[in-house]
Design a protein around this ligand. Structure first.
Ligand code: HDD
Length: 754
């Protein structure tokens, strides 16, 4: 039949220039050609239209849109309405006379208030509070043997946007609560967007996404009073995680120092799930992704975290933005642990599909594959940090998923949630979400459509738009699902047997901690459980702890005033993984904050010299004095950055004291210090300075003094011979002794652990 043959010819030619695309799928037979003729008269396809390269960035009337939207939204010197009409007054409603009623005809009032009324959008249901930054990812090319992903090829530089977050708190909650942190990275690769939506902990509370609403409902504030905010220290959280023991490992990480990071800059990041990489030959490798911070992994101590929540709830957000503004660009190395893609997807007895498991680095070393540098703060929080939409299904050729049941549910959830949060399906068109690769989809219309699509045939196959857009093949950069064998089975609502081990991995984590880190964990469990009202929950929590370790269980039981139960399962015989401990290593001191506290008669020359030396060492000096302004005059003047009223120890990694009046001195004259009882001042000097010093000491921070600062140490009850307390003849001499202590993050020797 000649007509059928001609129709077949056109159908074949409409398959595009991707070079027999489906043939590119290794091991997959090409699909059968469609036998149905096109409804049009068979003829040669039309040439591709020039405007088939994706949504236009010029409006139909020639104005720039999209990336240039800032220009259209904010140009010209005059205040205008949203329609561009210049205004002469925006402070008064239109009234019938100065004391008369406001007139309904005031269209400017109406527009201004209407827009304000709709400024807020729903916050993220989880990870609502976050901060973000732009940067670049520089690939080393070391992953090129295991993946064909272009952004991991040698010397490839890819723009990125990274958002860090807490999980439980709402948008206005505090930064330093005990919680998991989100670490989500959007790579704007040449092959489309790749999102690595991870956390600062390598394991998750649940093994199946169907339980995500349960764990989140349990962790969020109680539905009746909506308290507590951004906390896990309450009954519903502990009720769930003690009944649902697969949460044990993640809960233990939360109770460890990882739950209260010092800074986003000092957190590790993890992809959590096992992913599958595909190389140019089609070979697959299972991987886990890791982000390793160049500044080391550091945490707050609990009391410090609690104080910060009051004195600076924006602590992490401020720290990230300040560091970038100061040019101290935070960096992380991306690394991969690789595992053979065996049919059972196990490695050394660890089920790689169970997201409550980690693989110790000692068994599978993390191999560095590239460097992330964050070097630009967002210019508009809402447009960028709030509107960015991550999705684990944003994948590029060379990176594919596994059958981890937690990942499967995430693949559904992220797209879905953006529709409510960002008001419709066109959120990929928001400037922060736009891919940097050309986009030529056939998605059309919908709420907030900003692209002006051309052509008449957003369907395939078509003959009317020249058969465009074409389909790509493996050799032209198509994303092709790895041809993985799906196990033959029966439909069930069940987990594999290997998912039933809930305690050996937590036990490994516990055994890997240093004595001091264990002490912190015991403190955290005791604090959180003591905040629960229900005795039954506390008792159940102790049963869980008994299965991790008798010492952990016993210490927490003592703190709660309860008997320690015996384990209900045999204690797992596991080896520690030293890489899990944060202590015992030395890190660069870049970006560390040194408070230089100076009194009314302080050694200004010394302060100047210390400041310069701190800056030269890549750290941040903050001068703290009784009142704001400048100390001294002329060229030698020193600018004051904090006063005794605005400074608190938690802001500094180390403190240096210069020329401060000490015990019994009446040299303090600042008006606000008078708010403290005179007796307190007489005893210790300014109570705010002594508090600052004693807190810094208690939190394990290096403390130093010169030029009379020693007297304040004494007044604050800080012995000059104690570990990490240094005294110098000059400021720089004191600083020289102080800096090496910073490399260890804190003066751990100061803590005695039995
Ligand atoms: Fe999720 C946000 C990380 C499991 C459903 N998740 C969100 C963010 C991060 C993570 C970092 C914030 C992204 C941003 O900054 O905008 N989530 C994880 C990790 C998980 C995980 C590491 C486990 C390994 N998440 C998970 C499950 C579900 C979700 C199992 C649902 C079944 N997550 C969401 C969400 C969010 C989200 C509801 C809220 C806002 C958003 O997606 O965009 O879809």
């Amino acid at each position: 039949n000649p007509l059928k043959r001609a129709a077949q010819k056109i159908t074949d030619s409409l398959r595009g220039d991707g070079g027999a695309p489906e043939e590119g799928i290794p091991g997959k037979p090409a699909p059968e050609s469609p036998s149905v003729a096109e409804p049009t008269e068979p003829r040669d396809p039309l040439p591709p239209k020039p405007d088939q390269s994706g949504p236009d960035t010029v409006s139909p009337t020639g104005q720039p849109t999209g990336a240039d939207q800032a220009r259209t939204a904010q140009s010209g010197s005059y205040l205008t309405t949203a329609q561009g009409t210049r205004l002469h007054d925006t402070d008064h409603s239109l009234k019938a006379g100065p004391r008369g009623p406001v007139l309904l005809q005031d269209h400017h009032l109406r527009e201004k208030v209407m827009h304000f009324d709709h400024e807020r959008i729903p916050e993220r249901v989880v990870h609502a509070r976050g901060a973000a930054a732009h940067g670049t990812f520089q690939s080393y090319g070391t992953a090129a043997t295991v993946t064909k992903a272009a952004f991991l090829a040698e010397d490839e530089e890819t723009p990125v946007f990274v958002r860090f977050s807490t999980v439980l708190g709402s948008r206005g909650s505090s930064d330093t609560v005990r919680d998991t942190r989100g670490f989500a990275t959007k790579f704007y690769t040449s092959e489309g967007v790749f999102d690595l939506v991870g956390n600062n902990m390598p394991v998750f509370f649940i093994q199946d996404a169907i339980k995500f609403p349960d764990i989140i409902h349990a962790g969020k504030p109680h539905p009746d009073r909506e308290i507590p905010q951004a906390q896990s220290a309450h009954d519903t959280f502990w009720d769930f995680v003690t009944l649902h023991t697969e949460a044990t490992h993640h809960t233990l990480w939360n109770m460890s120092d990882r739950g209260i990071p010092r800074s986003f800059r000092t957190m590790e990041g993890f992809g959590v799930h096992t992913f599958r990489l595909v190389n140019a030959e089609g070979a697959t490798t299972l991987v886990k992704f890791h982000w390793k911070p160049q500044l080391g992994v550091h945490s707050l101590v609990w009391e410090e975290a609690q104080i910060i929540n009051g004195v600076d709830p924006d602590f992490h957000r401020r720290d990230l933005a300040d560091a970038i503004e100061a040019g101290a660009y935070p960096q992380w190395e991306l690394g991969i642990q690789t595992f053979p893609d065996t049919p059972d997807q196990m490695f050394e007895g660890i089920d790689l599909l169970d997201p409550t498991n980690l693989v110790p680095e000692e068994l599978a070393p993390v191999q560095p594959v590239g460097l992330l540098t964050l070097d630009r703060n967002p210019s508009n929080f809402f447009a960028e940090t709030e509107q960015v939409a991550f999705h684990v299904g944003h994948l590029v050729p060379g990176v594919d998923i596994t059958d981890d049941p937690l990942l499967a549910g995430r693949l559904f959830s992220y797209l879905d949630t953006q529709i409510t949060r960002l008001g419709g399906p066109n959120f990929p068109q928001l400037p922060i979400n736009r891919p940097h690769a050309p986009v030529n989809d056939m998605l059309r219309d919908g709420l907030h459509q900003t692209a002006v699509h051309r052509g008449v045939a957003p369907y395939r196959p078509n003959s009317l738009d020249g058969g465009c857009p074409f389909l790509a093949g493996a050799d032209t950069g198509a994303f092709i699902e790895a041809p993985v064998r799906v196990p033959e089975s029966t439909r069930v609502r069940e987990a594999p047997e290997s998912f039933a081990d809930h305690f050996s991995q937590p036990r490994r984590f516990w055994l890997s901690m240093s004595p001091l880190e264990r002490e912190h964990i015991i403190g955290a469990y005791t604090f959180e459980l003591a905040k629960c009202y229900e005795q039954a929950i506390r008792e159940r929590a102790l049963l869980v702890l008994a299965n991790i370790d008798p010492e952990l269980c016993g210490e927490v039981a003592t703190g709660l005033g309860l008997p320690a139960p015996a384990p209900t399962v045999p204690l797992a015989d596991v080896q520690p993984s030293p890489a899990l401990s944060q202590l015992g290593r030395t890190w660069p001191t870049d970006g560390r904050v040194i408070g230089i506290v100076v009194g009314p008669d302080g050694d200004l020359d010394g302060v100047r010299a210390v400041r310069e030396a701190v800056v030269e060492g890549g750290m941040v000096p903050l001068v703290v004095a009784q009142a704001g302004g400048v100390l001294g005059s002329g060229e030698g003047a020193v600018t004051v950055q904090r006063t005794y009223a605005t400074a608190r120890s938690v802001e500094f990694d180390a403190v240096l004291l210069a020329g401060l009046p000490g015990v019994g001195s009446d040299a303090y004259g600042a008006r606000d210090a008078k708010a403290f009882p005179a007796a307190a001042q007489q005893l210790t000097g300014d109570p705010r300075v002594t508090l600052l010093v004693s807190e810094a000491f208690r939190h394990g921070k290096a403390v130093g003094a010169w030029a009379g600062g020693e007297a304040v140490l004494e007044g604050a009850g800080v012995p000059t011979g104690a570990p990490g307390v240094v005294v110098g003849d000059t400021g720089t001499a004191a600083l020289e002794q102080l800096v090496p202590l910073l490399g260890g993050h804190r003066v751990w020797d100061r803590f005695t652990v039995a």
